[in-house]
Design a protein. Structure first.
Length: 242
């Protein structure tokens, strides 16, 4: 059975409307998938929901879609946020992809004292997040902020509890730290070399920071992202049931 492709679309969506796609969508549907007029797909965004659609016309650099019935109404995403140290390219891209699949509302990359990369291609990360949203059947795409130094993000933080994966002894296990908490919640995962002592000292002085342990083993940063988010969604997010 052929899987019906999904496409995120920023255009307003409504039954009966015809909406244009961009050049990338034209290449993907026309050249990669070899689809043509009349072929089905699903169009979605967080504002309008998800709609059945068909290709109205496709050329090398342009495409248009006709919208049918709305299949899913828009629904608010669970407000679980990820703050993650800028990692090496492959690890960062993998972390963004998996965090999107796990339903994070937003991703904020930060530079830490032990961060190895000193730059980040946020346009590519946004494309990866969009593709992951299309494949995982979520209606929204997480917002990805431009990277900033960790101290600047902390100075501008709101009161949302920020659970920090800390390697120091004495931090509560993540399930214990989550007990009685509901979204909005945020997770901070540090760089490959871990947080510097000065960074941990700074964070623990802030009332919104909740130090937590991810277990007895040392995890790669990208592994820690997935492990912690899975626990957060299971215990306090949209995988925890009504």
């Amino acid at each position: 059975m052929t899987t019906i492709p999904r496409l995120h679309c920023d255009q307003p969506l409504a039954t009966g409307a015809e909406v244009p796609g961009d050049e990338a969508a034209a290449r993907y549907f026309g050249s990669v998938l070899r689809r043509g007029p009349g072929d089905p797909l699903l169009l979605f965004n967080a504002r309008d929901g998800e709609f059945a659609a068909t290709i109205a016309a496709v050329r090398k650099d342009r495409i248009a879609f006709t919208l049918g019935a709305r299949l899913r109404a828009p629904a608010a995403a669970v407000d679980i946020r990820l703050v993650v140290a800028v990692l090496k390219r492959d690890a960062m891209e993998w972390a963004v992809q998996k965090a999107t699949e796990l339903g994070v509302a937003s991703i904020a990359p930060v530079f830490c004292l032990r961060s190895v990369p000193d730059r980040l291609n946020t346009d590519r990360l946004r494309a990866i997040a969009r593709e992951a949203a299309e494949q995982s059947e979520r209606l929204d795409v997480p917002a990805i902020a431009e990277p900033m130094p960790l101290h600047r993000l902390l100075d501008g933080w709101d009161a949302t509890p920020l659970l920090v994966g800390a390697e120091r002894a004495g931090a509560a296990p993540l399930p214990t730290a989550l007990a009685g908490r509901r979204p909005p919640l945020a997770l901070l995962v540090g760089p490959e070399g871990g947080f510097a002592g000065a960074e941990l000292d700074d964070m623990t002085r802030r009332a919104f920071v909740v130090p937590t342990s991810l277990g007895p083993r040392i995890l790669r940063a990208d592994t820690a992202v997935v492990a912690a988010l899975a626990v957060m969604q299971a215990l306090a997010g949209d995988a925890s049931g009504p």
